[in-house]
Structures are given as structure tokens and as C-alpha cells.
Design a protein around this ligand. Structure first.
Ligand code: BG6
Length: 301
């Protein structure tokens, strides 16, 4: 659908309009009384979210490559229908294909409280079916208000159960990685990917001073990012999620990845709500599974 068609069918004055974004990607631009946001139709990728009067909540690399079929470095990439490498097929893309394929807009709505609502559906193709042969639908529902609410709804439309891995791979903007801590994971078991997947226990709040790549397991807890530099707390509530991934590539890996920019890793941390490794979800035939997160900002007390 062209940008003109999108605007004719789904634009809402005072809320949502469609335009060509970075790299020519089609985006929905949301601006309402509460916040501003931008969502790319490729990946149904929430790229930015900024409540009025606040610094941006999501980190988006200034050095990222915005191109068809390439995952955007920042915002909220959707990992689906698996997280990390595929269990058996080394050639399939890491974190699944949802973040790099096109989604269609299915609905837009101005909500009574002044928030804006958008619903996207992943467009199935031969290529997606080749990697995910299970009859299913997946939708992303995004509500942009004073808080950002994202819901990923997977429906098994087939006659056999399937296993699903998923995550909101959210990049949060922080003042400086040395001046923040993540709370909510104290006492949890995690797989330490930078130590050969060793199983460890998180004793205190998470602080970061080198590469961190951890999958916290069996945790339904909300997380808080306490940012002393920006004097704010980001609250990450989640629903139907038992895994939380914390990731910062640190200097060397960020340099190798090439799209962080100099010292880019210092201004970001990924805190990802999802279901991964031990916590993959079995979706029964006819059943619907919904993963959700609500992201808000508060002053640091
Ligand atoms: C994290 C993984 O979720 O995503 C890391 O735990 C990975 O291992 C990171 O490096 C980034 O992945 P990608 O595919 O977006 O470069």
C-alpha cells in the first residue's frame, strides 16, 4: 500500500499520519497530547517514543542502517517466532523474521483518553512459511499515550501445537551506562551468554561495566531502570512473560557490529520482556497467546 493509500485509510488528524521515514521505510508518525512516537511498517517496529516534556525513552542508533530487510538498531525489534538462533536451522535469521518483514496496518483509533492505538498484522509470504510452517496469525497492538503499551498476539490457527519464542527487544535510552542500575531481577537465575551459558544467580540490582548478555529465567517481575544521570526511572511492566533479557554489547562487540557509533553502547541498555530458552510457550491448536509490556517514566525519588 502506498503512503497516500495508508493516509486515506488510516490517518487520524491530531494522532497519526504516514510518511516516508529514514531509508525510505514507510512509518506511522504519532503525535498526540501525551507523546510522540514513530513506528516502521517493516517489523511493526516502534522506533521512537517520547512522552511530552521527557527525554526519548527508546534508544535509536544514529548510525543505524535503515534498509528493507535489515533490522533497525534501536527502538523495539520484535523477536518472533523464536528468540536467538533457530533451534535446528543455522541459516534462519537470529531472533526470527518478524522484525525484518513487512506488516500491514489493520486498524487505527483515537482513544477517549487522548492516546493513539494502532494494530498491525504480519504479512505471510512463501519465505515466512518456509521458516515457520505452522498455521498461525500474529498481530502487534501499540498504544501511544503517557505510557507505551505493546501487545503481541499469536494465534494458532492449525491443528497441532507449536512452540513459540518471543521478545520485545527494547533498547532504552539512558544517560550513561555507569550511572544506572536495573532492579527487579534480584534472586533470579540467569544464563550468562558471555560465560558459556553458565547458570548463575543475580544477587543485587544489575549494573553494567563490561559486555552483558543474560537471559533471566522464570521471572514475571516488572523491571525498573534507575537512571541517575537523567534523574528518571523507566518502569517496564510485563504480562505473560517469564524471561527478561539484559544486553549491552560494550565497546568491542559494538565496534564489530558497526551500527552503534563511537561509544554508542554507553547510552543504551536492552531490557527485553519475552519467553525464551526454558520459557518458550506452547500454543495449543485454536489458542491465542498474548505477550504485553507497558513502559512508563517516573522521576527518580
Ligand atoms: C540479544 C541477545 O537479545 O540481542 C544477544 O541476547 C544479541 O546475544 C543481541 O547479540 C543483538 O542481536 P541482533 O541480532 O539484533 O544483533
Amino acid at each position: 500500500m502506498t503512503i497516500d493509500n495508508l493516509n486515506q485509510r488510516f490517518a487520524l488528524p491530531g494522532h497519526i499520519q504516514f510518511k516516508e521515514g529514514p531509508g525510505g521505510l514507510a512509518v506511522a508518525e504519532i503525535a498526540n497530547a501525551h507523546a510522540e512516537a514513530m513506528i516502521a511498517l517493516q517489523g511493526a517496529h516502534v522506533m521512537t517514543f517520547q512522552p511530552r516534556g521527557q527525554e526519548p525513552v527508546l534508544w535509536l542508533s544514529r548510525f543505524g542502517k535503515f534498509a528493507p530487510g535489515k533490522s533497525i538498531r534501536g527502538g523495539v525489534p520484535i523477536c518472533w517466532p523464536w528468540f536467538g538462533p533457530h533451534a535446528t536451522e543455522a541459516g534462519f535469521p537470529g531472533h526470527g523474521f518478524a522484525r525484518t518483514v513487512m506488516w500491514e496496518v489493520k486498524q487505527t483509533q483515537a482513544l477517549p483518553d487522548g492516546a493513539s492505538f494502532l494494530r498491525f498484522g504480519l504479512i505471510e509470504t512463501e519465505a515466512t512459511r518456509a521458516q515457520w510452517p505452522h498455521p498461525s496469525t500474529v498481530e502487534l497492538q501499540v498504544t501511544v499515550g503517557a505510557e507505551l503499551k505493546i501487545e503481541l498476539v499469536t494465534c494458532n490457527t492449525g491443528s497441532a501445537p507449536f512452540q513459540l519464542g518471543e521478545a520485545f527487544h527494547t533498547y532504552f535510552q539512558i544517560g550513561d551506562v555507569a550511572e544506572m542500575e536495573i532492579r527487579g531481577l534480584e534472586g533470579c537465575t540467569y544464563l550468562d551468554k558471555v560465560d558459556n551459558f553458565a547458570r548463575k544467580t543475580q544477587e543485587d540490582a544489575v549494573t553494567i561495566e563490561s559486555e552483558v548478555d543474560r537471559v533471566y529465567l522464570d521471572t514475571a517481575a516488572d523491571c525498573l531502570i534507575d537512571d541517575r544521570r537523567l534523574n528518571r526511572r523507566i518502569r517496564i511492566a510485563k504480562h505473560n512473560s517469564l524471561s527478561t533479557v539484559v544486553w549491552n554489547p560494550w565497546t568491542e562487540k559494538a565496534e564489530k557490529m558497526g551500527d552503534f557509533g563511537p561509544e554508542g553502547h554507553r547510552g543504551m541498555v536492552c531490557v527485553e520482556s519475552g519467553n525464551a530458552v526454558d520459557n518458550v510457550v506452547t500454543v495449543a491448536p485454536g489458542a491465542t497467546h498474548s505477550l504485553a509490556t507497558v513502559i512508563g517514566v517516573e522521576a527518580l525519588g
